[in-house]
Design a protein around this ligand. Structure first.
Ligand SMILES: NC(=O)c1ccc[n+]([C@@H]2O[C@H](COP(=O)([O-])OP(=O)(O)OC[C@H]3O[C@@H](n4cnc5c(N)ncnc54)[C@H](OP(=O)(O)O)[C@@H]3O)[C@@H](O)[C@H]2O)c1
Length: 328
């Protein structure tokens, strides 16, 4: 079948659509017909030469997929059930979602809530799962509706879904973006204010900045995360999931010991079964209040992946790119 395959063998790198048969790694793997996949920043890292993220020399890319179960070893997931597959080593160390079919162990398969179609599941994808996990982590830390919450990288996958989910849960998302031309689009997604990337660097000459944010969702890392920490309100938290600017964090302990702020790490890859189920339950609950169609950058076929991966790598996407891998 036609799949998007990444190869690096004997020093030669290639990626593209080819005839390939994805295979089950374990006897318990569920077999799923893929209706949609999505493009994530991590996919671009996997599909790069000498990738430090990819764990095998040859695989089908795609860290997430949504579709219908063909065969199941799990008594809790019947054949014909609409599911989302993501996390673990999918698309990183085993064949992923850029294919008409995928195999995955039950722990990577979530039954979709009735309110979420397979297409909307891939508008959400790993990025939206991470965004909702971030919202829930902030709520667990004490965030209450009505609060102003900063979202960085706001036009990206994690960022735009975070804006939409915060809006749907009655928060006031403040969207920080390096793409000011997308301000109107961010207001349509639910932002109450749009600010520039540099606007979060308040009072850089002081140890601490003004107390501005009741919470923050950050997928940018580096200097951005440093500035967020020093401008959180007393007792507030930042949910940190990404590193598009930098994996480094040069900061000091003052925000922690004088304002009792919290750095909440978010991981969508090895998240517990309990958290995974709760995030999908909450996504199902919020789905009727989110305009998923408005969050789609474009819908592409496997042939469009080369370009899409370059776009996401260079931060030029807006919302989510959905992939239709069907062979028709
Ligand atoms: N922890 C986890 O389990 C997990 C799960 C999913 C994603 N992630 C991570 O989260 C990050 C975002 O993923 P994504 O799929 O949402 O990517 P994405 O769609 O490319 O979004 C990233 C956004 O960040 C902004 N940006 C890009 N380059 C930047 C730079 N140099 N400095 C500051 N901002 C920059 C851009 O938004 P603006 O133009 O609006 O500023 C861009 O759209 C990645 O690092 C990814 O690996 C982690």
């Amino acid at each position: 079948m036609r799949c998007y395959v990444v190869r690096e063998e004997d020093g030669a790198f290639s990626r593209g659509v080819e005839d390939y048969e994805p295979f089950a790694r374990e006897s318990a793997d569920l077999h799923v017909r893929v209706e949609y996949s999505g493009v994530n920043y991590k996919d671009a890292l996997v599909a790069s030469p000498s990738s430090r993220v990819r764990r095998v020399p040859v695989l089908v890319g795609g860290v997430d997929a949504a579709g219908v179960v063909i065969t199941s070893s799990d008594p809790g997931i019947a054949e014909g059930t609409p599911v989302c597959v993501h996390g673990g080593d999918l698309g990183v160390g085993r064949d992923g979602g850029f294919a008409p079919q995928v195999y995955a162990p039950p722990r990577l398969v979530s039954v979709l809530p009735a309110s979420i179609s397979t297409r909307d599941a891939m508008v959400i994808g790993t990025a939206g799962f991470t965004a909702m996990a971030s919202v829930l982590a902030l709520e667990e830390h004490g965030l209450e509706p009505g609060a102003e919450v900063l979202v960085t990288g706001a036009t990206g996958g994690v960022g735009s879904l975070a804006v939409a989910f915060l809006h749907a849960r009655d928060y006031q998302p403040v969207a920080s973006t390096g793409s000011p031309q997308e301000s109107a689009w961010l207001y349509e997604r639910g932002a109450t204010r749009v600010i520039g990337r540099d606007d979060i660097a308040d009072r850089p000459d002081r140890v601490l900045a003004s107390e501005r944010w009741a919470g923050a969702i950050d997928c940018v890392g580096g200097e951005t995360l440093h500035h967020i920490l020093r401008s959180l309100r007393y007792g507030a938290g930042v949910a940190a999931s990404g590193l598009v600017a930098s994996p480094d964090l040069n900061t000091n302990v003052y925000p922690f010991i004088t304002r009792a702020v919290a750095l909440l790490g978010i991981d969508a890859v090895e998240t517990s079964a309990r958290t995974r189920a709760e995030v999908w339950r909450q996504l199902g609950e919020v789905a009727t209040r989110v305009d998923f169609a408005g969050l789609i950058d474009s819908t592409i076929t496997l042939e469009g992946l080369d370009e899409a991966l370059e776009m996401i790598r260079s931060g030029k996407t807006r919302g989510r790119i959905v992939v239709d891998p069907s062979e028709d």
